[in-house]
Design a binder for this molecule. Structure first.
Ligand code: TYD
Length: 200
């Protein structure tokens, strides 16, 4: 049986990475095979692109959007499709929906244009479930330990990103589940596990 592709999404500071680890532990503990991938990155080429994306100087918005789409095409082909074909659960710390929210909404490139360039590279490999962890951008920014180039954009940028995530959740209610992240990590993890168990 094909595996399931779960996206953890949200603005900075929502605890996605820790939630991903705890969800994978839970799935493995209940006898399922699960891997975690992260975007940008997850492949040798993708980690190189991550470095360029997060630590460079100014970058044109479309350069940024296309580099995110490029690392994602590689990750889908090299890691995600083979894993799903082998029946593995794939938990992704960010996915194409981050590009729709950050580049489409935050940078103002437009969700539909960003969706189109990503669709070209993804060849049909889209998440089955998107868990959107929601948090006030001011709280999210205050939780950030070290800001990368994109994380260092101001609160107005983060607000546009959060609003775009929220709009996307409204457009695709069959894929999205929204969860508040302004509570303890244990509570967030328990809520995410409930959503996953309810979905499958
Ligand atoms: P990430 O490593 O997840 O950092 P964080 O732990 O701060 O969430 O992502 C790095 C940054 O890249 C983050 O600011 C979000 C941004 N990003 C985009 O702008 N578009 C994308 O498509 C992705 C995957 C990430």
């Amino acid at each position: 049986m094909r595996g399931h592709y779960i996206a953890l999404e949200g603005i900075e500071g929502t605890g996605k990475s820790t939630v991903a680890e705890r969800l994978a532990e839970y799935l493995r503990g209940s006898g399922r095979t699960a891997i975690i991938v992260r975007e940008p990155g997850g492949t040798p080429a993708g980690e190189g692109i991550r470095d360029v994306l997060l630590h460079g100087e100014h970058m044109e918005p479309w350069t940024e959007a296309l580099l995110f789409a490029a690392q994602r095409a590689q990750l889908a082909a090299e890691v995600i499709r083979p894993a799903l074909a082998a029946g593995t659960w794939v938990i992704s710390d960010r996915t194409v929906y981050s590009s729709l929210a950050y580049q489409g909404g935050g940078r103002g490139l437009g969700v539909e244009m960003v969706r189109a360039v990503n669709a070209a590279g993804l060849c049909g490999t889209w998440p089955d479930l998107v868990v959107l962890l929601e948090l006030d951008p001011l709280i999210g920014l205050s939780r950030q330990a070290v800001a990368d180039r994109i994380g260092a954009e101001g609160v107005e940028f983060q607000q546009r990103v959060a609003e775009t995530f929220s709009t996307l959740a409204g457009i695709e209610p069959e894929v999205f589940r929204r969860l508040p992240a302004d509570r303890t990590l244990d509570e967030v993890v328990a809520a995410v596990i409930d959503v996953v168990e309810e979905r499958w």
